[in-house]
Write a protein that binds this ligand. Structure first.
Ligand SMILES: Cc1cc2nc3c(=O)[nH]c(=O)nc-3n(C[C@H](O)[C@H](O)[C@H](O)COP(=O)(O)OP(=O)(O)OC[C@H]3O[C@@H](n4cnc5c(N)ncnc54)[C@H](O)[C@@H]3O)c2cc1C
Length: 395
């Protein structure tokens, strides 16, 4: 097994790194989600994605006819790693780039691909995901938002919840029930809804971080053209799962976890227990080593996934493993930091006495959300057990 990148790939990495050193916005575009509904922030975030796209560093593996460069997934991975290393702001069009785009490439028709993909790349149109409803999260197939066909349109009524970014989204990829009499997985369709349509109300929900990152979305007789149906009527469940696969893949970054671990290590060196740094305390050292082993396993798992992609092998349940391991690891890294800081872990970013610029309390709360979002850890474990390990189905 060769885990090294080729000299061409290393050269490409240096080019990306140099570009990011020069161009990553130095201020005003933090990775916290709190100010994302602010119009000024939104404009700057869109400009940043556009700049990255113009430089050739967005969705490199997408087909050329839709604005991509048809490059191999290794180049895309290098760009992703370098963005994390450079602490570049998240891409505001992340849901379109990471979830809807790859889904449309496989499941959309030609008209839909040509209409939507280029504007996802340039951040001209921002997308949100309308899956969860009150009472339908883990049991997503029980969703009740109705879409009735009247002439050439769907008329949508119902409610979504926890919709990240709906407050600034132009479009939603949405699951709706189109056949209430069919078994629950068979009566669902996948449609694209213009968020500026009359009859849509978006209400923010405040998270424990204090951010207004997600929302309730209400539909009251919303008209959606029938041509916005992706794949076949009542066969949206399979498309929904394709999107979930891409989402779960997106949620764990080995480079991100490695960076968090290094930050935890640096913090532990500055905190004393029994007169010596925490890194010399035998109990805390053990904990750090356990975490480092998990970070390294994740790095190797990411390389295994990349090898599968390059060789065109079916990824199987790897994306669930990625999501489960990555999000739990990030939360455990933050928990270790919080415990290391003791009473200081109560001080938020605004407090000048906060350790490590108050990074950890926010990170601890935010990382807990990601253990739940995109499907909880329990659900990932069920899927891995049933589909990956072929264990008997849970009831
Ligand atoms: C930060 C964040 C962002 C989100 N963004 C979006 C978004 O943009 N769009 C969107 O549609 N949704 C979004 N969600 C919603 C997310 O997908 C759901 O919260 C998640 O699927 C869990 O559903 P639920 O909240 O209804 O919990 P429930 O399904 O009610 O689960 C409650 C508990 O029961 C456990 N449980 C349930 N069923 C089983 C089972 N069969 N076996 C074992 N344990 C089980 C769960 O693991 C959990 O611990 C987001 C959530 C978060 C936290």
């Amino acid at each position: 097994m060769d885990l090294n990148f080729t000299s061409d790939e290393e050269e490409f990495r240096l080019k990306v790194r140099a570009f990011l050193e020069e161009n990553v916005p130095k201020s005003g575009l933090s990775n916290s989600r709190e100010e994302r509904s602010d119009q000024h922030y939104l404009q700057r975030a869109k400009q940043w994605q556009r700049k990255l796209y113009d430089a050739g560093y967005v969705a490199l593996a997408w087909p050329k006819e839709y604005g991509g460069q048809a490059m191999d997934p290794v180049r895309q991975t290098i760009v992703n790693d370098e963005l994390v290393r450079a602490k570049a702001p998240f891409l505001i069009g992340g849901s379109g780039l990471g979830m809807l785009g790859p889904t449309l490439i496989t499941w959309g028709n030609e008209e839909q691909r040509r209409r939507y993909l280029p504007k996802i790349l340039t951040a001209e149109e921002i997308w949100c995901q309308g899956y969860s409803e009150p009472g339908s999260g883990s049991d997503l197939a029980s969703l009740r938002t109705r879409a009735e066909i009247v002439g050439d349109e769907f008329i949508v009524n119902g409610q979504k919840v926890w919709t990240s970014g709906a407050q600034h989204a132009d479009w939603m990829f949405c699951l709706v029930r189109t056949d209430p009499d069919a078994p629950k997985h068979r009566g669902i369709s996948y449609i694209l809804i213009d968020m500026h349509s009359p009859g849509i109300t978006v209400r923010p929900l405040v998270q424990m971080t204090g951010d207004r990152g997600f929302n309730e979305v209400f539909f009251d007789n919303v008209h959606v053209p029938r041509k916005n149906l992706v794949a076949k009527l009542n066969e949206g469940w399979i498309v929904a799962n394709a999107t979930l696969f891409h989402e779960r893949n997106m949620l764990g970054s080995a480079t991100g976890s490695e960076q968090r671990f290094n930050r935890l290590l640096a913090l532990a060196k500055t905190i004393k227990r029994d007169g010596r740094p925490l890194t010399e305390d035998p109990v805390f050292r053990q904990r750090l080593v356990d975490l480092e082993i998990r970070v390294e396993s994740m790095r190797l798992h990411a390389l295994r996934q990349l090898t599968d992609q390059v060789r065109g092998r079916n990824p199987g349940i790897e994306s669930m493993v990625n999501k489960l391991v990555g999000t739990e690891l990030n939360h455990d890294l933050a928990t270790a930091a919080m415990e290391a800081m003791g009473d200081y872990s109560m001080l938020a970013r605004e407090d000048e006495r906060a350790l490590d610029q108050g990074y950890w309390p926010y990170e601890w709360m935010f990382s807990l959300g990601l253990v739940i979002g995109g499907g909880t850890s329990h659900i990932q474990k069920n899927i891995i057990a049933e589909r990956g390990l072929k264990m008997p189905k849970s009831r």
